[in-house]
Design a protein around this ligand. Sequence first.
Ligand code: ARG
Length: 470
Amino acid sequence: MTEQPANTANQMWGGRFAAGPDAIMEAINASIGFDRRLYAQDIRGSRAHAAMLAAQGIISTSDAEAIGKGLLTVLSEIEAGDFPFSTALEDIHMNVESRLKEIVGEPAGRLHTARSRNDQVATDFRLWVRDQCDAAISGLDALIRAALSQAEAGADWVMPGFTHLQTAQPVTWGHHMMAYVEMFARDLSRFQDARRRMNESPLGAAALAGTGFDIDREATAQALGFDRPMANSLDAVSDRDFALEFLSSAAICAVHLSRLAEELVIWSSAQFRFVTMSDRFSTGSSIMPQKKNPDAAELIRAKIGRILGAAVALFVVMKGLPLAYSKDMQEDKEQVFDAADNLMLALAAMEGMLSDLSANRDRLEAAAGAGFSTATDLADWLVREAGLPFRDAHHATGALVAMAEQAGVDLPDLTLEQMQSVNPAITEDIYNVLGVHNSVASRTSYGGTAPAQVRAQIARWQKKLNGEGA
Ligand code: ARG
């Protein structure tokens, strides 16, 4: 970064200033260190603005052409990595405009007609966040497809379902994977909703009150791919809902990623061995040769910390700010940049991990039957076949579980005589419901874990993803 002497008044707005800023003032004020990431959006916005100014006869066509061409030169300089960013010029907007002046001279001074950095930054940042919504949507789409493939491969593989991380009832691998499909699909729709709501143009709100120039806000909105101009100029420059919505959606998504990551950490442990992670998404230990660590899953599990942190930070920045623009709002960018970078990385890593993951079918099945997982099936049988009230059935089953536990066997290992000692109505038929496959196959209620239901869920999502409606 080229440092300019701190004691010269700013060339862009230094008219009323006799002296330049203190070095500390410059340090706290400058955002170029991070908002340079908005260069493409800034140049796009300026080109749209200049073209509109010419179309409205506010500046000459030749000036607009010089500006438009000059901005493309600036763009290629930045992309080539040889742009002289300057802290003295504060931010990306003034860095671009100042360089434009060096390139095209006098016409550059006409670009800022009927515009302020307030609507400029609001426009640039909206465009950037809109792109990130698209990135999140495609990252989630890929992740959903990976989870769906896992579900399809193991639609009828049985595994223990847990509540309180205690064995509860058998479920299928496919059912478990489809639960994440539902979560990630909600995340995807949150980004779609946020994108739709944020897709209005602040450009032309100027500093806060609009402008007396005969601008065409519809034209710039359209040129930038916005659905319409924002309807209130005060709101346009002071609104950061789009960033808050992005961060909120990102935080919820990060919670889901973290929960799946946690399951992968547990499942890949030697004690569970439900899944085997690929070498591509595991790491070794520098001291323990046997180790294969799920570092990617652990890091994904941790990302919620910084993403939610970013959301909280921006909420706190925005609360209590009087209308319209305040410099506090410059603090929006680093939070959103960091959260977006980490969300995209986490989505890609989870997609890679899940695509490479092998579920250990035999281990899952062996674990599915352990821990008296079909006790509820036994109780349900007593209700259905012996006419017991559920509470009594629950009690009788509890006695049978205690009996099995004491004998060190599973429920299906109890003899019919032992069963009948607890309730004489029990018949040989009971053994049909104690197997884990029968157990899952019986749960045919809508959204239940029966393989037929799971396959219906999968088919519904495949249709949806192929654009064939719900
Ligand atoms: N760098 C500023 C920001 O990110 C741009 C807007 C500055 N506006 C102003 N009136 N100082 O918010």
